[in-house]
Design a binder for this molecule. Structure first.
Ligand code: ADP
Ligand code: MG
Length: 347
């Protein structure tokens, strides 16, 4: 029998910097304790079989198949990519177990693909870097699955460890590990509303950003001056999308500085401003999520915001560690459809 290779990748919560990662800007994710574990057994034939505890029946696929809109698409895409990278020569049998809720903005898809690529790297005894694997994992989402995402999720789950944050410049791929605020927790709460990135609204926002990029003749909306965007005579929708990107990037730079300086009050303010921008300028929130964010702050969070691609999923709130229990109990009492997922805290 062939040998099995196992690898794990964490989920991540983005503290600030949403939709900046395909517009030349910074992001500030933190790895979570929830994660995905994959066991990979290389096969001599071209079959890709996947068992996942999240799905009742295993998937039986072929390496040569395109994405078909099935839950197993990321697995098939990752095994195809592993073949392109020379890590495998043929199919694989995969066993997946996960504590990351799917479609909730915590990067279950990137964690799954990165874990598969890390297991394949072990199988090959390759010294391909984690950054190379992150870039390859993004290719699986962009080219195999047709999800037009940026590089944040893959870099965060390939490189970050729980206990700190990662300030990432998505243009240069330079990153800096920063301390999470002492005495506070970055609490991740699921809104109870789930979305799929392939549903199209993420792609719609990307296309609106592309229109603004054409107008300004740049790939880097995030690096434009907000005043220049206001004055440019753009239509209302692309103008608001571009304004979100440019101001969100600046907030992310300021949030990284707040972490460096240990200024948790500034971090909280920036999170609140970020939520307002996602709600009003990028229009990626939902009324139920706005309510959840407002209650979070009303109950004593220093800041709270939607996190991830939007249109559902999780919020992240910065809460004093010694108030976390009471804060959470009251939040869940007022929002019974919400549920606690995880918290990022300094290690
Ligand atoms: P997110 O990355 O925000 O969690 P996506 O819609 O990008 O949401 O990815 C969710 C997809 O990832 C699922 O539809 C499925 O294809 C795959 N996936 C995630 N977790 C698992 C799992 N435990 N088992 C099998 N497939 C999974
Ligand atoms: Mg995803």
């Amino acid at each position: 029998m062939s040998k099995a290779f196992t690898a794990r990748a964490p989920g991540r919560v983005n503290l600030i910097g949403e939709h900046t990662d395909y517009n030349g800007g910074w992001v500030l994710p933190a790895a979570l304790s929830v994660g995905i574990e994959v066991s990979l057994t290389p096969r001599a034939d071209s079959a890709v079989t996947v068992s996942s505890l999240n799905y009742a029946a295993p998937a039986m696929r072929e390496l040569t198949e395109d994405a078909v809109g099935d839950w197993s698409d990321p697995c098939v895409g990752a095994i195809c990519e592993a073949n392109s990278l020379g890590l495998l020569e043929g199919g694989a049998s995969l066993d997946v177990s996960s504590t990351i809720p799917e479609g909730s903005g915590l990067s279950s898809s990137a964690a799954l693909i990165v874990a598969i690529l890390k297991a394949a790297r072990q199988a090959a005894g390759s010294d391909l870097s984690d950054v190379d694997l992150a870039i390859a994992a993004r290719r699986v989402e962009n080219e195999y699955m047709g999800v037009p995402c940026g590089i944040m999720d893959q870099m965060a789950v390939a490189l970050a460890s729980p206990g700190s944050a990662m300030a990432l410049d998505t243009k240069s791929l330079d990153w800096e590990i920063l301390p999470l605020p002492a005495g506070h927790e970055m609490v991740v709460v699921h809104s109870g509303l789930t979305r799929k990135l392939t549903e199209g609204r993420y792609g719609e926002r990307k296309a609106e950003c592309d229109a603004a990029k054409r107008h300004f003749g740049t790939e880097d909306l995030c690096l434009l001056d907000p005043g220049e965007i206001e004055a440019a005579g753009l239509d209302d929708v692309p103008k608001r999308r571009a304004l979100h990107c440019a101001t969100e990037h600046q907030r992310t730079l300021a949030a990284a500085k707040a972490l460096r300086d240990g200024d948790v009050a500034a971090l909280g303010r920036l999170m609140n401003e970020s939520h307002a921008s996602m709600r009003d300028l990028f229009e990626m929130s939902l009324p139920e999520i706005d309510d959840l964010v407002a209650t979070s702050v009303g109950l004593g969070a220093l800041g709270a915001r939607l996190t991830g691609g939007g249109f559902g999923g999780c919020i992240v709130a910065c809460v004093p560690a010694n108030e976390r229990g009471v804060w959470l109990a009251e939040l869940l009492k007022r929002h019974p459809q919400a549920r606690f997922i995880d918290a990022a805290r300094p290690s």
